[in-house]
Design a protein around this ligand. Structure first.
Ligand code: GLU
Length: 542
């Protein structure tokens, strides 16, 4: 009896790996093309760190005319939720991530390298595990939970590393005959790697972000296949990334310490490992301390949060690109009109310490992005958001023709478009006065009595058809007539001589029209409100 017999007893039906090696041939891609993937568990939740990884993965695939695919890592049955895959696909789509290949709905997929859901690849994993067992590089381990606990206790008492390695790997040298007998008796077992590594030897692993990192070799007989027949991440991703021809694995830095194990498994098969780039976590600063942004504590850890808040996905993507690559900000300033996809991302320029997520900065990026949108784009985005999250705003926006004019104020024909919007949830408050008459008035330092005089005089001269210059001259005329300084400069020289200046007079008109002291250009506002509405609003005060 030898390892091959053992392999046959454990996986009698598994195909030889040659079958899969042949089935999944090389990809027909240009030289240097990167094949990248996003490989979440189907928990339905997309973490902001996941989106961050997607941006890197997609950028590197696109830049090299490669492929970016979505693989679902659902071997941990406990973490699975109903429609979890669908929810991930939807969450990504909201940020314009449509993978080139992989899962496209809960149960559908696209591409030649599937199945793209790990739970459907069981027979593939068994074939590859069988191969390792037959080669003597993996073995069944029958340790019960009690035995594992006992080993751990002994190791701890002796101040040693815990785990299955060296003499502690209890079933590593179990004779094949005995192993076969135990299996035939129905004993539960896992499959472990038979590690060749030594802790006192070093290996160098290249990380795309950090460069070369030196580690002790892996010497742990790590579990590859669990008792339920499903693989653990370490094994599954290796088989998958090999067969799916992944060239670059971008994943969280929590995996750095497992790379020696992954390299050992690749070597056990004789496969070339992909490049690895372990990217830093996104941090949050709280009370002067930095910590990982947390799914449990921070609502902004979920990408859905940004969608609900109405922060445009372009803004979230650009902001993340900012923290991925410090060169992006300067590039964006020099190329305000280019697409983010035109920026060349380089992993080696990425920071190694985690980036602190800064909401203020994100909203600032967002303001600049919204400022670049046309009135129609603002309308479409705000309307789509409103339909989902704000009925009242959706109702207001039903009048599309008028709303386009409202959003066009200081935007369409302006060299310096307004920057007073950072998210769609601010839109209602931002424009409501264009749809509703003011309910109260605060004229600042001008009394209601004096405000009334200003409005009365202004109504006498107001003409909807005036051009901007004439319009403003008329406000100055009103100021002068009522004893206010015609020019601000004049006023500033001798403030005590005047009750106020032309600016105060226009504030009165502005407040009368909108109920607000600060608005975008008043001339444009009045043009959009229309003659009748302007007159109505002003007349209410006299
Ligand atoms: N399923 C793993 C995770 O969510 C994937 C890591 C990887 O990209 O390889 O962390």
């Amino acid at each position: 009896m030898d390892y091959k017999d053992l392999a046959d007893v454990i996986y009698p039906d598994a195909k030889p790996i040659e079958y899969y090696e042949e089935k999944y041939g090389p990809r027909d891609l240009p030289q240097g093309a990167e094949v990248t993937r996003f490989a979440p568990s189907p928990t339905g939740f997309v973490h902001i760190g996941g989106l961050y990884q997607c941006i890197i993965n997609r950028a590197l695939a696109k830049q090299t005319n490669g492929v970016f695919y979505l693989r679902i890592e659902d071997t941990d049955q406990k973490r699975k939720i109903e429609n979890g895959v669908e929810q991930i696909i939807e969450a990504l789509a909201k940020f314009d991530f449509i993978p080139d290949e992989g899962m496209i709905s809960e149960n559908e997929e696209k591409g030649e390298y599937g199945p793209y859901k790990q739970s459907e690849r069981r027979e593939i994993y068994h074939a590859y595990a069988k191969y390792l067992i037959a080669q003597g590089r993996a073995y069944p381990c029958f340790a019960t939970p009690e035995e594992i606990e006992e080993i751990r206790k002994k190791q701890e008492a002796a101040g040693l590393r815990t785990g299955f390695y060296g003499v502690w790997a209890k079933y590593r040298n179990l004779p094949v005959d005995e192993a076969i007998e135990r299996i035939k008796n129905g004993e539960s077992f896992v499959i472990r790697l038979r590690s060749n590594g030594r802790e006192d030897r070093k290996i160098k692993v290249k990380d795309g972000v950090r460069g070369h990192i030196e580690f002790p070799e892996n010497d742990q007989d790590a579990v590859l296949i669990k008792a339920d027949g499903l693989p653990v991440y370490h094994f599954a991703h290796i088989v998958d990334d090999h067969l799916m021809k992944t060239t670059l694995v971008v994943r969280g830095e929590e995996w750095i310490s497992s790379t020696p194990l992954h390299i050992e498994i690749f070597n056990a098969f004789g496969f070339k490992p992909p490049k690895y780039a372990q990217v830093p976590s996104i941090l949050k600063e709280e009370d002067g301390k930095k910590r990982k942004i947390s799914k449990r504590k921070d609502p902004e850890a979920a990408v859905d949060y940004y969608h609900k808040e109405g922060i445009p996905s372009d803004a979230v993507n650009e902001y993340l690109m900012n923290i991925i690559n410090s060169g992006f900000e300067g590039w964006r300033r020099a190329n305000p009109d280019k697409l983010m996809a035109d920026f060349k991302l380089e992993l080696s320029k990425m920071g190694v310490s985690g980036a602190v997520f800064d909401m203020v900065k994100l909203l600032d990026v967002s303001k600049n992005i919204i400022a670049r949108y046309s009135a129609k784009e603002v309308y479409d985005f705000a309307n789509a958001w409103a339909k989902q999250y704000d009925e009242e705003l959706a109702k207001i926006l039903e009048d599309e023709e008028y709303s386009l004019k409202v959003f066009g104020i200081e935007r369409e024909n302006s060299k310096k478009p307004r920057k007073d919007l950072s998210k769609w949830s601010e839109v209602k408050n931002n424009i409501i006065y264009m749809y509703e008459r003011p309910k109260s008035y605060d004229f600042d330092k001008i009394s209601s009595e004096d405000a009334k005089k200003v409005i009365t005089e202004y109504l006498k001269v107001y003409n909807y058809d005036d051009d901007k210059q004439t319009w403003f001259d008329k406000i100055k005329d009103v100021a002068e007539k009522l004893g206010y300084a015609r020019e601000v400069k004049e006023y500033k020289q001798n403030p005590e001589n005047w009750p106020g200046h032309v600016g105060d007079v226009s504030t009165v008109i502005r407040v009368a029209l909108t109920g607000r002291k600060n608005t975008p250009d008043m001339y444009e506002i009045m043009q959009v409100l229309g003659n009748e509405e302007v007159q109505e609003r002003l007349k209410k005060l006299v």
